[in-house]
Write a protein that binds this ligand. Structure first.
Ligand code: SAM
Length: 425
């Protein structure tokens, strides 16, 4: 494989440096605009040219030493080699560019909020037992290799404590040669652990699995441990020592295993604050609000301060969890697929404000119905600026003004970013 010299012109959407060749773009991970590198270029399975650094011939002025000891091998934190100011500027520009592409000009850009190190309260570690060796960490990027990480600058210290306590237990628990994912989530002060992958013992109480995991949970103050063979299966609860309950505003939600939560408490607070700042104060005693793609109620809970809330969500477990939290509160929970059966214009018109927080793919069908509605305030939350801007265009074409955008970066050193957009008609 021959080596070639590349000059990096800009960063691509996933944070890889891009070299603009005469016929095509070459993506070089862990590079920055201004870098000149010696590299080996290969094609990936999609035919995209990707460069691997052999030597940095001339570093970008924005390049810094990555602070994490695992940086060279671990597949996460793609942008630790970028000076913090430039990294923040890149994230902000990425969102602004997505809006510009859709010819959207929000009236106000609020100061972006950047969440720092050691705050991530959810992590999925991968584990592999291979003979006497056990790796427990994150996948190397575009590789099946698991990098053993005993430290991580983005994870909450409690998550790392659990990871490090798990390591000596796993050789007795894991199958030989099959990777198993271990999801660890900090819910308030409770730890929820979910294994996904083949289990060499049965889940039957006689198998001894329950004893081993119960002892581990007791020693390490783990609230709940579940196991599922495949991600699409429901986790089987093996240990249940303490309630796993999340506080969202005024509601306490008993969280299902591996439930979706915002990745940091600080990010959740920032997003909820941005939502609340946009919602009208109780316009009447009968104020009605809707929370679409509600999950377990991250926003429904705080929204109850401003009126009765109808929460819509397609998955049964979050719907049940939120229903249990709703007792005696003006909170109604509806199981509904908002892609195939979006709220209709007349249904939307019943609300004083609508909050929507769809998955990464966005919600163009729902946006089309909202665009035609009379509801004065719409508040969108998204982790994908491109699909959000596409849906925002639909709302603006329907007569909404894009009032403000709040960027919240709770995915430090990655290419992911979250935002809240407010629309007024
Ligand atoms: C980004 S999460 C947001 C959840 C919640 N708002 C939060 O912040 O915790 C998106 C939510 O949309 C739900 N969802 C996905 N597809 C859906 C659909 N077709 N109809 C309704 N809800 C859907 C997911 O189950 C998930 O709870």
């Amino acid at each position: 494989m021959s080596e070639t010299e590349l000059s990096i012109g800009q960063l691509g959407p996933k944070g890889d440096g891009v070299h603009f060749g005469p016929t095509e773009r070459i993506y070089a991970e862990r590079t920055l605009p201004g870098d000149r590198i010696k590299a080996i270029v290969r094609r990936d399975r999609m035919g995209i040219a990707r460069a691997e650094i052999v030597e940095i011939l001339e570093p970008s002025p924005e390049r810094v030493a990555a602070p994490c000891v695992h940086y060279d091998r671990c597949g996460n934190c793609t942008l630790q080699h970028m000076a913090l100011d430039h990294y923040r500027n890149w994230k902000t520009t990425m969102v602004r560019d997505a809006f510009k592409k859709q010819r959207l000009h929000p009236v106000k850009w609020l100061d972006p909020i950047f969440i720092g190190q050691s705050k991530r309260r959810r992590a999925t570690f991968s584990a592999l037992k291979s003979g006497p060796k056990l790796s427990l960490g994150y996948y190397r990027r575009r590789s099946q290799e698991i990098v053993d990480v005993d430290s991580c600058l983005v994870a909450h210290p409690r998550i790392l404590e659990v990871r490090n306590a798990l390591k000596p237990l796993l050789p007795h628990l894991l199958p030989e040669g099959h990777p198993v994912d271990i999801f660890v989530q900090l819910v308030g002060t409770a730890i929820d652990l979910v294994f996904t992958g083949p289990c060499p013992r049965s889940f039957h109480p006689d198998s001894g699995l329950q004893d081993d995991l119960s002892l581990f949970a007791m020693k390490n103050n783990i609230a709940r441990i579940s196991w599922r063979r495949l991600e699409r299966e429901l986790p089987v609860q093996i240990v249940n020592r303490a309630p796993v309950v999340a506080m969202f505003g005024m509601i306490q939600v008993p969280m299902p295993a591996a439930a979706f939560m915002q990745p940091t408490q600080e990010g959740q607070t920032a997003l909820a604050n941005a939502v609340m700042a946009a919602l009208p104060f109780r316009v009447s005693a009968n104020s009605k609000l809707a929370d679409l793609f509600a999950g377990c109620g991250t926003f429904s809970g705080p929204m109850l301060e401003r009126g009765a809330v109808d929460a819509y969500e397609s998955l049964p477990l979050p719907v049940n969890a939120l229903n249990r939290a709703a007792t005696h509160l003006p909170l109604r929970v509806f199981r509904r697929d908002l892609f195939s059966d979006p709220l209709k214009r007349d249904e939307i018109n019943k609300y004083d404000a609508v909050v929507f927080d769809p998955p990464r793919s966005g919600c163009p069908e729902q946006a089309a119905n909202m665009a035609r509605a009379k509801t004065r305030t719409l508040v969108g939350i998204s982790c994908n600026p491109a699909t959000f801007a596409r849906d925002a265009r639909i709302l603006v074409d329907g007569g909404y003004r894009m009032q403000s955008v709040q960027i919240v970066d709770q995915f430090l050193w990655s290419h992911h970013v979250e935002l809240v957009g407010v629309f007024v008609k």
